[in-house]
Design a protein around this ligand. Structure first.
Ligand code: PRT
Ligand code: ZN
Length: 288
């Protein structure tokens, strides 16, 4: 295939290693090297473009890249600032989860946000939020060290990304409202040639198999045949389970794919309801 598929991923940052590892799990083989901006797959007609995350939406919209992996927060900011951007949002990828939140200095009392100065790296998302809520405040755009701005009289409050909350805490800031939740997503350009399209669909379908498998588990256990109905009800998001007779006629083995993680609480409840020899296994790929 002369027209190879281009996938834009973040070169250096929070999305990089999980993006590369996701593509590897999808069977895209390549040799990574820290400073390479362009990585050719050795087994598929795929090239990786290693770029800054902020450039990914535009590269995809302009069809320089066919697919991209980027945070929802970046996609939304770029789409709000450029209405011409043509992007298909394909899949939530389940990593780099965070939220874009308001935060104020500890002890700072506020009734509403009117007339405040708000520092953020996401001016368009914040502007959109303020317009929707009919709030009249000033947005100060700043890239980096946003947490510092209330303490050097640049702003009153901030809007920034939060995951654990440790950065806000260590800067004496308190989160008080949430603007959006975000995670890494797969985006694609709107139209592509037929030959490419099939490969792109194949890659998207592989990515969705890997994502679905990540949250799913395979569970096996033994139980008295009379307890089966009750036990099956306890399984989270279970596919119709397989019930296998055992040598001991009163007993059966139950096998099932659960489309959610299985926590200790469920295992303990199954045990109390008569399940024994409980095995929970990770699933690598899950194709429908
Ligand atoms: O160089 P390049 O432009 O490519 O990278 P970047 O510096 O713009 O982005 P990067 O690598 O920092 O983040 C990439 C994406 O990861 C973001 O766009 C989000 O979608 C996602 N993400 C997930 C986060 C966080 N979690 C996160 N915690 N991005 C940034 N943070 C920062 C936040 O800004 C704050 O400074 O981490 C700090 C807060 O973290 P906690 O855990 O202390 O709350
Ligand atoms: Zn960036």
């Amino acid at each position: 295939m002369k027209d190879r598929i281009k996938i834009a991923i973040q070169k250096n940052g929070r999305l990089s290693s999980e993006s590369l590892s996701l593509l590897k799990k999808c069977g895209v083989e390549f040799t990574e090297s820290k400073n390479m901006l362009f990585i050719k797959s050795t087994n598929m007609p795929v090239d990786l473009l290693m770029v800054r995350d902020d450039d990914i939406p535009r590269l995809v919209s302009q069809k320089i890249a066919d697919l991209g992996i980027v945070g929802e927060n970046v996609v939304m900011e770029k789409q709000l600032s450029d209405k011409e951007l043509e992007i298909n949002q394909k899949l939530k990828l389940g990593f780099s989860k965070c939220r874009l939140s308001f935060a104020k200095p500890k002890g700072f009392e506020l009734d509403d946000l009117n007339n405040l100065k708000i520092a953020t790296s996401y001016p368009e998302i914040v502007k959109d939020y303020l317009v929707t809520k009919n709030i009249n405040a000033e947005i100060i755009e700043i890239h980096g060290s946003v947490e510092l701005t209330p303490f050097v009289n640049i702003s009153d409050i901030i809007v920034d990304l939060v995951s654990t909350g440790a950065t806000l805490e260590s800067n004496n800031l308190v989160e008080f409202d949430n603007v959006m939740e975000s995670e890494a997503i797969l985006i694609s350009s709107r139209n592509t040639s037929n030959e490419k399209y099939q490969w792109i669909e194949k890659i998207i379908s592989r990515i969705s198999s890997v994502i679905e498998a990540k949250d799913s588990k395979y569970i096996m256990f033994n139980a008295d045949a009379k307890d089966v109905e009750g036990l099956i009800q306890m399984l989270p998001a279970a596919e119709s389970p397989t019930v296998i007779p055992l040598a001991d006629k009163a007993k059966v083995a139950i096998h099932s794919v659960c489309r959610e993680d299985i926590f200790w609480k469920t295992i303990e409840s199954l045990k109390s309801a008569g399940a024994s020899s409980i095995l929970v296994l990770p699933i690598e790929k899950l194709a429908n």
